[in-house]
Design a protein around this ligand. Structure first.
Ligand code: BTN
Length: 235
C-alpha cells in the first residue's frame, strides 16, 4: 500500500504526533521519521531517550495506518518479529516485543491505537539504537546495531526494516499471529528462563500460545499472560 514518508529533524515524539493527527482525522498511511525526539516515549509510561547532540542519531520512526484486525493481541509480537527478521540472525525478542542482543536491549516498540469513527488507526513506533551511546542511569548499557553491522546508519537501517514491516502487517491482517508462533519461538529470549511478572507472578517461561500470550509455568499451573497486563523480567 502507498504511504507518505516524512522526515523531521526534531519532534516531541513520532508516536505522539501521529496520534494527534489521527485524532484530528488524518487517517492515511504515513511513515514519520525523526532525527531526534525531545519527548520520546516507551512502553509502560517510560521515556525513550534520543542520542546526545554530538552522537550519531539513532533510528526513531512511527508507521501509522488503519488496521482491520479481529484480534489485536499478537500484533506487537508480529511487529517485533518483522524487525528482528529484517535485521540480523543474532537478535532475540524479549516478550512481548523488546529486541535484544547479547543480554542488552537494542530496540523498543510502542504500539498505540486511536479509534476514529469506524476506523482503528494503529501507530507503530520503533526505536533502534544504531551507535553506542552514553547510558547514564540505565541498569545495563544498551546494545547498538553497529556492533553487528559497522556501516549501519539510521537511513540504511530504515530501508531494511520498513517494507518487511508493512508486509508483515498485511499478513497479520489476513492470518493473525498463529502462523508466526514457530518463528517467534526461535527468537524467544525468555523461553526456559525463570521470569517475574510485574504482578508478582514467578515461573518458568514456556513460549507463547497461538494468540501471542506468554505461557508461564508456575506453582499454580500454566498461566497465560497478555501483554496489556504486565511486564516481565528474567530473574
Ligand atoms: C519501549 O521499549 O518501551 C518502546 C520504545 C519505543 C520508542 C519509539 S521511538 C519512535 C516512537 N516514538 C516514540 O515516542 N516512541 C517510539
Amino acid at each position: 500500500p502507498a504511504f507518505t514518508v516524512e522526515v523531521l529533524p526534531e519532534i516531541d515524539s513520532t508516536n505522539t504526533e501521529l496520534m494527534r493527527r489521527a485524532r484530528a482525522g488524518q487517517l492515511d498511511p504515513v511513515l514519520l521519521v525523526a532525527e531526534r525526539q525531545s519527548a520520546g516515549r516507551g512502553r509502560l509510561g517510560r521515556d525513550w531517550q534520543s542520542a546526545a547532540q554530538d552522537q550519531q542519531p539513532n533510528l526513531t520512526f512511527s508507521l501509522g495506518l488503519p488496521l482491520a484486525l479481529t484480534d489485536w493481541s499478537g500484533l506487537s509480537l508480529a511487529v517485533g518479529l518483522a524487525v528482528v527478521q529484517s535485521l540480523h540472525a543474532d537478535l532475540r525478542l524479549k516478550w512481548p516485543n523488546d529486541v535484544w542482543l547479547d543480554g542488552r536491549k537494542l530496540a523498543g516498540i510502542l504500539i498505540e491505537t486511536a479509534s476514529v469513527g469506524d476506523v482503528r488507526y494503529a501507530v507503530i513506533g520503533i526505536g533502534i539504537n544504531i551507535a553506542p551511546c552514553d547510558a547514564e542511569g540505565l541498569r545495563t548499557p544498551p546494545a547498538a546495531l553497529s556492533e553487528l553491522w559497522p556501516e549501519a546508519t539510521a537511513p540504511l537501517v530504515l530501508t531494511r526494516v520498513v517494507l518487511p514491516l508493512v508486509h508483515a502487517l498485511r499478513a497479520f491482517e489476513r492470518e493473525g499471529f498463529a502462523p508466526l508462533r514457530a518463528a517467534f519461538h526461535t527468537r524467544d529470549l525468555l523461553y526456559g528462563h525463570e521470569v517475574v511478572c510485574s504482578d508478582g507472578l514467578v515461573g518458568m517461561a514456556r513460549g507463547v500460545d497461538a494468540s501471542g500470550a506468554l505461557l508461564v509455568h508456575t506453582d499454580q499451573g500454566l498461566k497465560k499472560i497478555s501483554s496489556a497486563e504486565v511486564s516481565v523480567r528474567p530473574t
